[in-house]
Design a protein. Structure first.
Length: 225
């Protein structure tokens, strides 16, 4: 794929600002721009074929999501999450995701459970491929089903706010040796107890999964530091 063209904004119905935000967010999540990289307004305008106003609006949105920092005398850069920030994000994710899993086990329809089962198998294929972008995409589908079937609108809304940081941290945790295999086992365990409609076990399985991911990510952050 031509990397100079994959950021080009197409003429579609979605608002231009939203397209620019989504394209930049995707580029960061896929590692095209890595933590510490400076985001040059002029270069992005040329790559994406949009105005400086659109780029600046996108910067403000991504800064509010915590994935861009505006550094004095340097400008926008891709944020580097500190150990403390990562730990805090995982603490919130653990509480909300465990709740969503428990509620899904208790409230989801049979069709939603089957849909989650299919999403789990798609996720397993992604894990086996070892392609992190494919894994993150499959996880988005899995959690989309989980949140839609949990019967609580607030938890998914809060997790959506954290989603970009979560995916950045997933890249870190999945880079830990042996984490791919362990993560897949944890997801299968979660799916198994959901099929049994065991809310408490689903809470425990989801909580353990996030805790283990946090341990892997924090260990990688410490190693890199």
């Amino acid at each position: 794929m031509d990397k100079d063209n994959d950021l080009k904004i197409a003429a579609v119905a979605a608002p231009l600002r939203l397209q620019v935000v989504q394209a930049l967010r995707k580029a960061i999540l896929q590692g095209r721009f890595v933590p510490g990289d400076r985001l040059v307004e002029k270069e992005l305008c040329e790559l994406m074929g949009v105005s400086r106003t659109s780029i600046r609006e996108a910067f403000r949105q991504l800064e509010s999501e915590g994935i861009i920092d505006n550094i004095p005398n340097r400008g926008p850069v891709v944020a580097t999450l500190s150990r403390a920030q990562a730990k805090e994000a995982y603490e919130v994710r653990q509480a909300l995701e465990a709740l969503a899993a428990k509620l899904f086990a208790l409230n989801a329809t049979e069709n939603q459970v089957e849909e989650l089962g299919k999403a789990t198998e798609t996720l397993a294929l992604a894990y086996r491929s070892g392609d992190v972008n494919e894994i993150l995409s499959a996880k988005d589908v899995f959690y989309g089903v989980l949140y839609s079937g949990c019967g609580n609108a607030v938890a998914p809304q809060m997790l959506t706010i954290l989603n970009t940081r979560i995916n950045l941290l997933r890249r870190v945790s999945l880079s830990a040796p042996g984490r791919l295999e362990k993560s897949l086992r944890e997801m299968r365990r979660l799916m198994a107890v959901i099929r049994k409609r065991d809310g408490d076990a689903a809470w425990s399985a989801a909580s353990d999964h996030v805790q283990n991911a946090a341990g892997a990510a924090l260990a990688q952050i410490d190693k890199r530091a």
